[in-house]
Ligand binder design. Structure first.
Ligand code: ATP
Length: 620
């Protein structure tokens, strides 16, 4: 049975008005069960706000502002004037605005199936070059002029990257499991497959018959494919050196903790790619428009190198020296390395700051910044080697293999030190050396046994940061949901303080718990004002909760992630009877970083902050 795009939009609306994750899972799985496999793949990408996996560099290229300009331009050409800025503040986001004006745009409506809309979206992301702005604009306007209010609303949100259904990839893995088993029996397996593929449409393609036996067979042997990023393994935090051994056993592996950009380095042969059957790849092969998605596949060379960040962004073109170095490595055909790339001062053999490193994360003028800020990738894990997936191998064995093959290298790719320690004193002394003598952020302690669990955060990998000794055991990543005007000079700047929220996994809400106004220079305040302006809305955005005492003067759509340090985590349940954010807050919070390169899915959770709170107050 074919579902229409309108029916999909109605589902999105229903999901948006549902806060229980279980209900969302049920709504989505019932719907997907009535769809073709093709449509399930399409919907999976759309839920992520994409037409292809995260690592395929294809964007619609519309901000909410440019989308409004497009629609506004259309109305103006018809002699009509609409105050979109006012409307947006009143009705909510871009989708709601477009739904309001939809009937004035409409010529006629017609049934569209999901695949038709997907093809159109694919065409929009692939339109580039001379005259592309106009061609894209025509495609968008043609759609809006032939669609119902609800289709226009969700189309606008998809194209502007503002779908925000609140369905995280983990929830989608539950959905897949429900489709096949009626419960979460296969969620863990689906999470594993998503972890090694990073491609939600690919995972969806394995559902084919919806029959449990068949699907289990399909997913059983799925493993890492070079050229496709693996979800980064994440780390837990603890409150003391003692706790490390309580959790990890008698002996542990210790590595320096570098503060740069997580970088997965893939080297593979041309023939390794295109082994998977996924819809976006079919387009890739069939349509010349998509051919440059894998730029390097067009090269004459057989060896290809790809670089991915923790957010699955393809950054191959940003670090040419790492690419060249990876190509030069002899004696191995294919590999995947996990590393942290850092700006490097080669004459003094020291690393540069996080801020300097991040200047290399840009698409343009790479040749110039490459000269002023050279980089080095410090490798700490080996995940794949010469056709073999190593993620199931014990950490110590993987590291030994990595040292043996890559250990003697110097230059843009270098293996990081790994030490094995068995006492608290030894661990402390290694920590002191890295932090006090080498100026590093801390250490990462790893369990000797156990595989590389892609995308998982558990106590097999633990971070110990220097801040642990006099502040929090870890900094906190908030999403900004509002701001306060402030008074005096601050008010003149336009913002006095920000309101930060953490993610509550249980209620699927963003719980606003902390006002952050320190650590911000006037210059940064000015940038913040510019950045948040386009996100302002009149009421609390969906899924954002706050207690009355903290209500901000201005609400903003949750999009920007900030990193905050503080003196301690506090908890006062009496002030907050609703238990928003588990009653947690921060004492003397200060902004460390504005607009961190982090997905909304990765902000600090209530559970994380509770761990930080408990580890500091010695409750464990
Ligand atoms: P979180 O991972 O908790 O969301 P975060 O992004 O702030 O928080 P950090 O606190 O910096 O992460 O710690 C984890 C990160 O440290 C890893 O994602 C990786 O980029 C970096 N890192 C540096 N050195 C290592 C190492 N030796 N092993 C693993 N990760 C390392």
């Amino acid at each position: 049975m074919k579902k229409t795009f309108k029916e999909l939009c109605e589902l999105f609306e229903e999901i948006e008005n549902t806060s229980s994750r279980l209900d969302m899972t049920s709504l989505m799985s019932v719907f997907l069960k009535q769809c073709s496999l093709y449509d399930i793949q399409v919907i999976s990408y759309l839920v992520q706000g994409r037409v292809a996996p995260m690592f395929v560099d294809r964007e619609f290229g519309y901000s909410e502002k440019s989308f409004i300009n497009l629609v506004d331009g259309y109305f103006k050409s018809k002699g009509k004037s609409i105050d979109f800025a006012k409307m947006r503040k009143k009705v909510g986001d871009i989708g709601d605005c477009i739904a309001v004006v939809s009937k004035d745009l409409r010529k006629k409506t017609g049934e569209r199936n999901i695949s038709e809309v997907y093809v159109l979206l694919w065409e929009i992301v692939n339109t580039s070059g001379l005259g592309s702005v106009e061609r894209k604009g025509n495609m968008v306007m043609d759609f809006l002029r032939t669609s119902s209010d609800i289709e226009a609303k969700y189309f606008a949100r998809i194209v502007c990257g503002s779908l925000r259904l609140g369905m995280h990839s983990k929830t989608m893995m539950d959905v897949f499991s429900y489709i096949v088993t009626g419960n979460k029996d296969l969620s863990e397996e689906f999470n594993r497959v998503y972890g090694v593929s990073s491609d939600i449409g690919y995972v969806a393609s394995l559902l084919n018959s919806f029959k449990r036996d068949q699907v289990e067979k399909n997913i059983k042997d799925i493993s890492v494919t070079p050229g496709f990023p693996i979800l980064a393994r994440l780390v837990e935090r603890v409150g003391s050196f003692e706790e490390v051994f309580e959790r990890l056993g008698d002996e542990v592996l210790v590595q320096p903790k570098f503060d740069g950009l997580r970088l997965q380095i893939h080297r593979f042969e041309k023939e390794d790619i295109f082994k998977r059957e996924v819809i976006w790849q079919k387009f890739l092969v069939e349509e010349s428009a998509g051919l440059d998605l894998f730029d390097s596949t067009r090269e004459e060379e057989d060896t290809i190198v790809k670089l991915f960040t923790r957010n699955l962004e393809d950054v191959t073109d940003m670090f040419p020296e790492v690419v060249e170095e990876a190509k030069r490595i002899k004696g191995t055909k294919s590999f995947i390395l996990d590393s942290e790339v850092l700006g490097w001062n080669y004459s003094e053999d020291t690393f540069l700051s996080y801020q300097e490193t991040m200047q290399r994360k840009r698409k343009y003028d790479v040749d110039i910044t490459k000269e002023s800020i050279p980089v080095k990738s410090l490798v700490f894990d080996l995940l794949y080697l010469n056709g073999k997936d190593l993620t199931g191998m014990d950490t110590e064995k993987r590291i030994e293999k990595m040292k043996k093959i890559f250990g003697s290298r110097e230059g843009s790719i270098e293996v990081a030190e790994t030490l094995k320690v068995g006492t608290i004193e030894e661990l402390k002394s290694v920590f002191d050396n890295y932090v006090n003598n080498m100026g590093l952020e801390g250490v990462i302690v790893k369990q000797v046994g156990g595989g590389y669990r892609a995308g998982t955060r558990n106590y097999e990998w633990i971070k110990l940061k220097k801040s642990m000794e006099n502040g929090l055991v870890d900094t906190v990543d908030f999403v900004v949901v509002g701001y306060y005007m402030g008074s005096g000079r601050r008010a003149q700047l336009g913002i006095g303080a920000l309101l930060g929220a953490i993610y509550n996994e249980e209620s699927n809400t963003y719980d606003a718990i902390c006002k952050v106004g320190t650590g911000i220079s006037d210059e940064l305040f000015k940038k913040i004002v510019v950045d948040v302006k386009s996100l302002v809305v009149s009421d609390a955005p969906k899924r954002v909760v706050v207690n009355n005492l903290l209500k901000p003067d201005v609400w903003v759509i949750p999009k920007i992630v900030i990193t905050v340090d503080a003196d301690e985590v506090t908890r006062d349940i009496s002030k907050d009877k609703n238990g928003i954010g588990n009653g947690l807050s921060l004492r003397f919070p200060r902004l460390i970083e504005w607009d961190r390169d982090t997905n909304l899915e990765d902000v600090t959770t209530v559970k994380d902050l509770t761990t930080i709170f408990e580890s500091k107050s010695g409750k464990k």
